[in-house]
Design a protein around this ligand. Structure first.
Ligand code: SF4
Length: 757
């Protein structure tokens, strides 16, 4: 690749789900500089500490630069032939469900799309799951139950327009720092804006909170079920909205009414006065956004938590309106893109459903595929259990490090070690996972490859290359397609570049899509190489079939009729301009002219949920009746609750951020946060080395005694591996307990004990 030194390349940060735009430049001496993209609608020029240190993490130290078989350098042909022949033979001997792909929210959508197509349409199994299962699967399941689709009904701008932001299980200040900055900025302009933080820990996010509710672990279903009952009792419902746009309200309210305030207080560990303060504030504030993240998702009741939150927004009609809505923020840069291409074991591409025979038929015809998976595949935790018990005999891991990041990580490592055939494609030569691979395939890294990612507000942005690809590394999509060709599926995998893959992905989303499916980026128009190169960040759902990315003064509308439940659409005419509500009459027509305010409609088109229209058969959202279930896991041997999570300046298993001395200065070593009363009880002093153990394993980490921690709980960050600090792999301590609906592990509620080492 030829590098244009004079040009700043517009790309996207590879870390969290905020999806900030980045401008990267390579100087004549090879030095790379990055800055926030002032024109990107996610960050408007801001970057957090991780994003601004990106240039410090892109050297070639430790890179895997050549294919290897059994640790010896080989060439691509030999490596690819071995992968293809072993997968083909395994399928022939044991059936398609004897193989699996474990992929990653770090992959670009184009990589993800090709992997999903190969597994579901050509191998004929749905055994492809992703580390995003650990991140947001409960939100996906909750959205699908409530809306009939995995649609996120809100955007970042809602955070600035809200009068009340409720942050649930989300340390936004450290995990989504630019969103935190946007909220802090909005509060400076509108000091009357309120923030409530619901988190067992008093995290740094509490610094902007007017109220912090130190909820008991997994008390969220009770809290929001109690809120629904309170809203009903205090005449704070939007009955018009409920009647017009939802079903199941009566049952949900009846179920909620079984829990009185004292019951909620007992289940949440909160005082009744605290509950009433929060409930009354929520009831009184029409413009409320409830933001939730891993504290909600990573739970054995994660899906119910999501629906308990959504229920409260549906009951008050606070959804799809400017400054109002439930809003799941994803952890990874492309967790959302993975959802779009069907990277989860229980989904098909383009948000179609594996259990739906029409969807299967449509996808199979579109791909001209010999088959299509007929049932959901194994979700992440199940997948590694199947590796352990020998059902999976060939495993391909792409861009992730499950030996450190999966629950019960020691058992996962033993399973991978014993698996007859393991392929790992990664950018690094040494990770705890790749050392067990029979075949190692060198992948191109951030800055070297092209594609797209989708952030938490469903904004698709380009990642663009600005560095040459080193050694013999290749883009993931190319590696997967080459294996597919060698398995005999050449014609369907002959994509010459990521732009063709994106165009196919967009065309599939539009294929026989009569509006019954939410994901339809094909509606933005045809994508050719030039359009793809220049593609600006854009959000979906598309407002209509045929709306181009750069509309010229009018917004053609998808068909409908006057009796439709969409009497108006809320349209943004500029990124930072207020939304305007436009009457649509008749629906089959055009909004003539461009409303005052400038900007482009296409880059922030329409708030689809403004006045109803969900993706259920009757177009109504569903209330889900949820009840809190007992989550007590402690015992005399393990009297504390272990909570795991992120720190501000590191990412996942530190394979990238561990390269930056600057990022390691913030928190230089792993630690266990413990409340002073527990520290005293267990004889632990501040800065002592503590042994944290569960029924699954133990770590040795520095004790950090702090009243920010809830009594009865201990927090250990997830990042450090044995490579950085001996015996600090906290996921080896996490039980493989999952949410029964979403399959997401309960990484924040594990019975543990702490001792001085
Ligand atoms: Fe990157 Fe997230 Fe920081 Fe933005 S907030 S710069 S996407 S890590």
């Amino acid at each position: 690749m030829k590098i244009d030194e004079a040009r700043e390349v517009r790309t996207t940060c590879p870390y969290c789900g905020v999806g900030c735009g980045v401008l990267a430049k390579v100087a004549a001496n090879g030095e790379v500089t990055v800055r926030g993209d002032p024109d990107h609608p996610a960050n408007f020029g801001r970057l957090c500490s991780k994003g601004s240190a990106l240039a410090e993490t892109i050297d070639l130290d430790g890179r895997l630069l050549y294919p290897e078989i059994h640790g010896h350098r080989t060439d691509w042909d030999e490596a690819l032939d071995l992968v293809a022949s072993t997968f083909s033979r395994t399928i022939a001997e044991h059936g398609p469900d004897a193989v699996a792909f474990y992929v990653s929210g770090q992959l670009l959508s184009e990589d993800y799309y090709v992997a999903n197509k190969l597994m579901k349409g050509f191998i004929g199994s749905a055994n492809i799951d992703t580390n995003s299962r650990l991140c947001m699967a409960s939100s996906v399941a909750g959205h699908r139950r409530a809306f009939g689709s995995d649609t996120v009904p809100g955007g970042y701008e809602d955070l600035e327009l809200a009068d009340l932001i409720v942050l649930v299980g989300s340390n936004l200040a450290w995990c989504h720092p630019v969103l935190y900055q946007r909220i802090a900025g909005a509060r400076e302009k509108r000091p009357e804006m309120k923030v409530v933080l619901i988190d067992p820990r008093r995290t740094m996010t509490a610094d902007i909170a007017d109220m912090h509710l130190a909820i008991a672990p997994d008390g969220d279903v009770a809290l929001f079920t109690g809120l629904l009952a309170y809203l009903g009792q205090h005449n704070a419902l939007d009955r018009t909205y409920v009647t017009a746009h939802t079903t199941g309200f009566g049952q949900a309210l009846f179920a909620a009414s079984a829990l009185d305030l004292a019951g909620v207080a007992a289940a949440t560990g909160l005082g009744e006065d605290e509950l009433v303060s929060f409930y009354s504030l929520f009831a009184a504030t029409a413009k409320t956004v409830t933001v939730y993240s891993q504290g909600v998702n990573q739970s054995s009741s994660g899906t119910d938590k999501v629906n308990a939150i959504i229920n409260c927004h549906l009951a008050t009609g606070r959804i799809g309106k400017p400054g109002a809505g439930p809003f799941s923020v994803t952890g990874q840069p492309n967790a959302m893109g993975g959802r779009e291409v069907g990277g989860l074991a229980n989904m098909l591409a383009a948000h179609m459903e594996i259990e739906n025979p029409e969807h299967r038929d449509r996808v199979q015809r579109f791909w001209s595929a010999p088959t299509v998976a007929e049932k959901p595949g194994l979700k992440a935790v199940e997948m590694f259990q199947a590796v352990a018990d020998g059902r999976i005999k060939a495993l391909w891991i792409m861009a992730t490090n499950p030996v450190d990041s999966m629950p019960d990580a020691d058992v996962v490592e033993a399973a991978i070690k014993a698996c007859p055939f393991v392929v790992v494609s990664d950018v690094l030569a040494k990770t705890d996972t790749i050392r067990h691979a029979h075949v190692r395939l060198p992948a191109a890294a951030w800055g070297e490859k092209d594609g797209t990612v989708t952030n938490s507000e469903r904004r698709i942005s380009r990642q663009r290359a600005f560095l040459p690809v080193p050694g013999e590394a290749r883009a993931d999509w190319w590696i997967i397609a080459e294996v597919a060709k060698r398995m005999g599926f050449g014609e369907a995998f002959s994509h010459p570049s990521p732009s063709e893959i994106f165009a196919e992905h967009a065309a599939l989303s539009a294929f026989e899509n009569d509006g019954a499916r939410d994901f339809d980026i094909g509606a933005y128009g045809d994508i050719d190489a030039e359009t793809y190169e220049e593609l600006p960040p854009f959000q979906w759902p598309a407002p209509s079939q045929g709306t181009p990315l750069w509309p010229a003064g009018h917004l053609p509308l998808r068909g409908g009729d006057q009796s439709s439940s969409w009497p108006s659409l809320v349209v943004k005419v500029a990124e930072r301009a207020p939304s305007v509500e436009l009457p649509i009459s008749p629906l089959e027509g055009e909004i003539a002219g461009r409303p005052e305010g400038g900007g482009t409609i296409g880059r922030q088109p329409v708030r689809f949920f403004a006045n109803g229209g969900y993706y259920t058969p009757d177009r109504k959202a569903r209330f889900i009746s949820v009840r809190p279930t007992a989550q007590t896991r402690t015992s005399p041997d393990y009297p504390l609750i272990l909570n795991t999570g992120r720190v501000r300046d590191h990412w996942h298993t530190m394979t990238r951020t561990g390269k930056s001395p600057r990022l390691s200065q913030h928190l230089a070593e792993p630690f266990a946060e413990i409340h002073p009363s527990d520290a005293q009880h267990f004889g632990i002093g501040d800065a002592d080395i503590a042994r944290v153990s569960t029924a699954h394993g133990e770590v040795l980490v520095r004790a950090l005694v702090t009243a920010r921690q809830r009594p009865g709980s201990v927090f250990v960050p997830m990042h450090w591996t044995d490579q950085f600090s001996a015996r600090a792999r906290v996921d080896a301590l996490v039980a493989p307990i999952t949410d029964a609906i979403s399959g997401q592990p309960a990484s924040k509620n594990v019975a543990a004990r702490v001792e001085r080492f």
